[in-house]
Design a protein around this ligand. Structure first.
Ligand code: FES
Ligand code: FES
Length: 182
């Protein structure tokens, strides 16, 4: 049994021996390279499914209404706000901050260099959004960086250090633009 695989569900009132009960549905998705198959409420958000069912707490509750980006994960490589996504509606492969690998290592190193993470609440979502950005555009200019992070709110850094870290990765990828530091 894999780390994320459910034990056999307990049978209870209203539950057929071979299926879910009430509003429960079977969520069957790939999370960080592991196949996950679990029963959960049809109304369970992907964020709660990740944090509470799978104990992957890197994705954060911020606003819970799709405004802050703290809950961002990648679905098939594309940023998705997990607080306004139902677990059952996800069909692609999910990647959370816990699933980061070599592609994100330069971003994390740049965040360390520039101290771009303070309380850290926004950081997982921002790193995943930047990962998507560099996959699509290895050498983004400031406009592209700002656009990529347009849905991510940080209450600590004033964004200056985040932009500096993002520029460092772009430069390491070969960017030659000369945006002035903030
Ligand atoms: S918690 Fe999802 S966008 Fe704020
Ligand atoms: S580092 Fe605290 S919200 Fe961004």
């Amino acid at each position: 049994m894999s780390e994320f695989e459910s034990p056999a569900p307990e049978l209870g009132p209203g539950r057929a021996p071979d299926g879910p009960a009430g509003d429960e549905v079977i969520v069957n998705i790939d999370v960080n390279g592991e196949r996950v198959r679990r029963l959960c409420s049809a109304s369970r958000t992907l964020l709660d499914f990740l944090r509470e069912d799978l104990r992957l707490t890197g994705s954060k509750h911020g606003c819970d209404v799709g405004d802050c980006g703290a809950c961002t994960v990648l679905v098939d490589g594309v940023p998705r706000l997990s607080c306004i996504t139902l677990a059952v509606e996800v069909e692609g492969a999910v990647r959370t901050i816990e699933g980061c690998g070599p592609a994100e290592a330069p971003i994390i190193a740049a965040f360390d260099t520039h101290v771009a993470s303070q309380c850290g609440y926004c950081t997982p979502g921002i790193i995943l959004c930047l990962s998507h950005l560099y996959t699509e555009t290895p050498c983004p200019d400031d406009t592209a960086i700002r656009r990529a992070l347009g849905s991510n709110i940080c209450r600590c850094t004033g964004y200056t250090k985040i932009l500096a870290a993002a520029r460092q990765v772009a430069a390491a990828n070969g960017a030659t633009h000369t945006d002035e530091p903030e």
